[in-house]
Design a binder for this molecule. Structure first.
Ligand code: AHR
Length: 632
């Protein structure tokens, strides 16, 4: 795709100027963006294994449940509560197919909890098993079931020598002929930090590697939903799971809301990341909106109460609710975002809606920084700038071709420093069709060309992180099974058992793990160009930061050229120790990682000797490098 347009004799050179002060790097530059898309929570991070656990996914029938042993099975509206209105009645047995199967690992304990009623006395046998039932990987029994609705729990375990695999079904078998009804079936494998209603361990580990400083949640389109009734209903996502009705998400499947507000906040704390709370702002994806003024007050109040849940004291209604929920300490809330991509609201109501939220939030919580979901200089934001309030930050989104992304590497160099800060709250480079147009068979994760373009863009954000205070790639997760995605290019893929990171994921890891507190001015010279049609760009990109205390210097280099080149170090005003570490990511432009080949593109860490002015760092074609050095 990119053609080397010229060949230079003198090597490309990176001049790092320690005589100039640089700028402070935002502590929150590298973070995460999340929403329920591509089975990110249900069928993803949220470790629940039973699909359609409350039988509410489809009013027409018990989807993902089938009969076993020729049992009768009926979906009825006879559940115990408003939040659990449905029940599955059967005589002999029922099976669930999970989110594309169930993870089987050695020595794993599963927690089973069901809401059940039975006409007579019975017990239920539970098993994770092969499709024909001939092989059982783990089994347990729920005893003494009799009478009206009650919650019954048990645990069961796989053997120490059990091979890892995906089991196709979970089965409940009745041991007598008395009819049994279920209102909820929940099965959890071991979770991150062994927490109830918890998260997948492998996905938490993947995110921890990125060293994220914040989490933007709950969306994305998932914050708003398709109609004015489909917003993220944070109040009904709190408390025991059987009290959560769930809601319709905009991405084609119902959300259990097992991943509720308290779980998002736990996720933040587990990763030591700050919550960037997006509050619903009265706009739906179908274009409906709530008029600013008296009509909007209910949504402003809804947002204020949500903030109160996070930081209110024990004397407040929602602060007390948080404490009752087991979290006495207020959460570390600094940023609140009003809505998501409200530039799509063609009525142009957003600036006024934003002002109403801004005034109310600032009046009650003057320290909170309020982010506008649009109004920046991306294609959407420019339409409806926010001018009447001193916005703390504007959220810019870029889903761009690899070429466009590389061309944006210098975008922020000339941004107005007097305006609001920038939060690049969703962005990703793509090759081929745009991720929302590519169809369900494309992807699920980007290739090396995209990773190089992403890294080029990140050098620009890092160099300008006095103004770009936060950035996060999107979407974060994808269930890689057929039918598991609505967006073709995503950072981390998985099935029930395994995960993998895209080349872009490793770029994020390398950038997130290697960043100082100040930039060091750096300039590339003698850089060959890359061209596309009649357009040309420099083929290499850089950013340098330094940790003022430890004196570590992080030199990031990106080679978008189709040929290997060396880059020479030119140091002004300081010398470096001869030893350092190099982390290098390189691959063919079309290389992707996958469940079958998770490490096709993988960073390699080596020790480097001989670092000094004049040192030449070899950069393979299509590569991203971080050279960690230390000042003498
Ligand atoms: O990241 C996928 C979607 O892209 C988000 O939900 C939305 O905010 C954007 O349009």
């Amino acid at each position: 795709m990119f053609i080397l347009s010229a060949f230079f004799q003198s090597p490309p050179t990176v001049t790092i100027d320690f005589t100039k002060p640089g700028i402070a790097v935002s502590r929150e530059l590298y973070g995460l963006m999340t929403e329920e898309i591509n089975y990110s929570y249900d069928g993803g991070l949220y470790a629940e294994l039973i699909r359609n656990r409350a039988f509410m996914d489809d009013a027409k029938g018990p989807s993902h449940w089938t009969t076993v042993d020729g049992s009768t099975i009926t979906l009825e509206k006879s559940g115990p509560t408003e939040a659990r209105p449905m029940a599955l009645k059967f005589e002999k047995g029922v099976a669930n197919d999970g989110y594309w199967g169930f993870p089987i690992k050695p020595n794993s304990t599963y927690q089973l909890s069901i809401w059940v009623k039975a006409e007579g006395k019975t017990s239920l046998k539970a098993s994770l098993e092969s499709a024909d039932g001939a092989t059982v990987y783990a089994k347990g029994e729920l005893k003494d079931i009799e009478g009206g609705w009650k919650n019954v729990k048990t645990t069961f375990k796989t053997a120490r020598n059990q091979a890892e695999m995906i089991a196709p079904r979970f089965v409940l078998r009745n041991t007598t002929s008395t009819p049994v009804s279920l209102a909820q079936v929940s099965l959890f494998p071991p979770t991150y930090k062994k927490v109830e209603n918890g998260f997948r361990i492998d996905l938490m580990d993947r995110m921890a590697q990125m060293n994220p400083k914040f989490l933007r949640f709950p969306g994305g389109n998932y914050l708003e939903g398709n109609t004015l009734n489909d917003y993220f209903p944070w109040k009904t996502t709190l408390g025991p799971i059987e009290g959560r009705p769930g809601h319709r998400s905009p991405w084609g499947y119902r959300s259990t809301d097992g991943m509720g507000l308290a779980e998002f906040l736990r996720w933040c704390e587990d990763l030591r990341a700050k919550p960037v709370l997006a509050v619903y702002a009265g706009y739906a994806l179908n274009g409906q909106y709530t008029k600013p003024g008296p009509d909007l007050v209910k949504w402003v109040d809804y947002a204020l109460e949500e903030i109160e849940y996070l930081i209110g004291g024990p004397e407040t209604k929602w602060g007390a609710a948080r404490i009752k929920n087991g979290h006495p300490k207020p959460y570390d809330l600094e940023y609140v975002e009003v809505g998501n991509e409200d530039g799509f609201d063609k009525s142009g109501s957003y600036p006024e809606r934003f002002n109403q939220f801004f005034d109310a939030i600032k009046a009650k919580y003057p320290k909170i920084k309020v982010i506008a979901s649009t109004g920046g200089k991306d294609w959407l934001g420019a339409k409806f700038p926010i001018t009447a309030r001193p916005v703390d930050a504007v959220d810019e989104h870029y889903y761009s071709t690899a070429w466009e992304m590389m061309s944006m590497a210098t975008k922020y160099d000339s941004y107005d420093r007097k305006g609001p800060k920038i939060f690049v709250g969703e962005w990703a480079a793509h090759t081929g069709k745009a991720p929302w147009e590519a169809g369900p068979n494309a992807g699920p994760t980007p290739d090396m060309t995209s990773a190089v373009a992403d890294a080029a863009f990140m050098t620009g954000m890092e160099r300008n992180s006095d103004i770009v205070v936060m950035q996060c790639y999107a979407p974060l997760f994808v269930n890689a099974n057929p039918g598991g995605r609505q967006w073709s290019l995503n950072l981390i893929g998985y099935d029930a058992l395994n995960t993998f990171g895209a080349p872009s994921y490793y770029g994020q890891v390398m950038f997130g793990q290697n960043v100082g507190d100040r930039t060091v001015p750096a300039r590339l010279s003698n850089v060959p160009q890359v061209t596309e049609g009649d357009k040309a760009l420099p083929g290499m990109f850089t950013s340098v930061t330094m940790d003022s205390k430890s004196k570590y210097v992080y030199l990031k280099l990106v080679n978008a050229l189709a040929v290997p080149r060396s880059i020479m170090l030119d140091l002004k005003g300081a010398e470096v120790e001869p030893g350092g570490t190099l982390t290098m990511l390189s691959g063919q432009p079309a290389d992707v990682n996958s469940l079958a080949e998770p490490k096709k593109v993988y960073p390699v860490k080596t020790t480097v000797l001989g670092l000094k002015a004049g040192y030449e760092q070899k950069m393979p074609a299509h590569s991203i490098a971080v050279l960690k050095m230390r000042l003498k």
